[in-house]
Design a protein. Sequence first.
Lengths: 572, 249
Amino acid sequence: MLTGKRDVRPHRLGPMQAIDASMRTYQESETVDYCIVGVGSAGGVLLQRLARAGSRVVGLEAGPFWDTERDWVSDEKGAHELYWNDLRITGGTHPLALGANNSGKGVGGGSVHWAAFTPRFHPSDFHIYSEDGVGVDWPMSYWDLKPWYELLEREMPVAGPAWFPWGDAHGHPYGPHPLGGVGDILVRGCTKLGIRTVAGGPVAILSASHGNRPHCIYRGFCLQGCKVGAKASTLITHVPDAILHGAEIRELAMASRVSLGRNGRVDGVVYLDREGREHFQRARAVILCGYAIETPRLLFNSACPGHDRGLANSSGTLGKYLMAQAGNVIAGRFDELIRLYKAPPAHAMSEEFYETDPRRGFARGFAIQTVGPLPIAFAKQMVTAMRVWGWGLRRVMMDYNHWATIGVLGEILPWEDNCVELADEKDQYGLRVPKVTFNLHENDQKLIEFGKKKVMEVMWAAGAKQVVQESRFAHLVGAARMGSNPASSVVDKFGRTHDIPNLFICDGSILPTQGSANPGLTIQALAARTADYLVKQREFIFSTERRCLEEPPIRYDLSPPFTRFKGNPRSA
Amino acid sequence: MKRSFPWRPTGSEIRNLRQPGYYARFSTLGQKKAWDDATLQVVTQRVERVPSIRFFTPQESAVLQAVIDRVLPQDDRSEDRTIPILPEIDTRLFENHLNGFRYEDMPPDQEAYRIGLKAIDEMARDRFGRFFCDLTVHREELILKSIHDGTPDPDHHIWTQMPVHRFWALLMEDCVTAYYAHPWAWDEIGFGGPAYPRGYMRLENGLPEPWETDEERYEWSVPIDSLSEIDEDGSPAAHGSLQGHGGSH
């Protein structure tokens, strides 16, 4: 039970799980070990690991600490509060729609409303500059991250096929889900064209019960927050264990500035509470987990003498190399009924076109994945894809149950001109709002055109009588990228800023490239690896400039309960 | 005011329906005993408590209502089963519920509506010498279709300050969000509605749950001179999606 803060009722996370330990609270005058800004995909994992290792940690979360039974609804419009809806300005040749779909607000962050597809990145993703002369290489390899991929697949845990044949081929801890109507169309169309598919995952959705979390009931509201507790979010997978081990989460706490103290080190975070009152949490180290827009925004807003271009921005790359993935949705109309609202939106896919094929005339590739828009999202897609309005709109929507939707998930390369900056306007906290600029380049446009046509072929092959498509984007990463050269990157391979030894960034913003895999699993795996690194470094983080770049040992003993005894089938 | 009716091949007008669409006996609200409390409260409030108009002036409300009646027509629905759209848009603007972003070349949503409605009304007077609300359905559609097509006729200086296709996208997003959030619209399209804690058990082949119904299709045509029928030869918008991207991937 959360004492004193909210209700006297247990804080419920799904119908059968509750936080029944009282949460430890720290005074602001106390200096904690770590102040984590943003308790989302990465922040939730870090908070849990560090608390379990005995660190004193406080997580500041701009949104609410959800009680899923009370706060979440099985309703599309009613789920609006799960997103980061505050004002952001968007521009460029291909402006990104922000808010819904690519950023969350509240404990769990974006993992609350992700579709939960959990493919790993391919080994090739970590060195596309060496292989194809595009983008940039990571300062680490797939093999460095692999142990944490496997561990997070067990912690979430991931359900999927016994054998996933692409990239570093592997199997999954929990069995695949049954196929829904849209997955059936994807498998049917791909099979006709000789394209390999997998079904029933990989998704971080339970196909069998896990501790106090029941398995999926196939209601299709994954993106509206899983009331069932079957879909993994750090809110239910890692936060309860973090609280149990003494972490504090302050909800409705909006960080406004990271404070630079003496000796070029940060000494805490200034934040505003729900009434707009300013507070200062002292910390021996700070980890920013605010994702690809809020993290660079906070660092820009933390500019101070000696760091006039923003904190940790001596390279001038902060805010740059922002990436979204191509997310074209191809919709096909079938004579038979599909009822695409049933089953998890994410449940069948192919990565057959993931790697570079020189014959296609562009570098890198794309994935093909099921999507399952509910009526409002589908209506918006039809308004764009078919340009319907008036009676035409009403007529198309009456055929909602005859449509299937498949998404392209395409790799867009990191470009310097795709960036986050500050606009002049201020938000409700009096903080300058972010401005996001996004332009497609030639390789991106060729890739999107090819991917779009290929998925339209799949839809026709599945027997669609009409096929339309909508251009859009999915996910956000980059804007504070990792690298080994401090002149061209913001953080090192463990997320430590090059400029300030006790300031870390650990979220999607540190990704140098993005592949065509959904980023959620990779973000959480990187967070667990950084946590293990911090645990190993201990006092060195707080008191020295020493920058150790050795891979840390993986700490299996820091996993949440119910992680042990599950497997990750693999060939070697 | 209902004034433009779809029709059946038999020649009869389709009007005064309690439930349009192909799922005549299906009711999501009839299933509310299977919903969780939080969802029940949100959906019930949406149906039973229609907010009052607080943002728009009476004049603006009249123009916007006339626009809504054409961009998301409900003339086939009976008065008591008409889904409120204007009050939902008004509430969003009054309470400043944002969708998380604004295009750099757009004014704030509130201002976009104010100047967009002004432009539409002035276009009506320039072209037909009357207020927009006083035009015939066909003339209203002529003006709205020109905005939909991105070629406002007659042109108006507002559209040099605000990209016309972005205004259209904003308007359509708000209209479909209000309409397809309503359980009567779910009944119309055969969407199962809230599904917790019960869930679904028939996932494949478009099969209905025991509490859903099968589709019963019939032929119908849009009003004879309507300009808003599906354009089968139309191509998708060159600029791609301008609406919020929630609910996909």
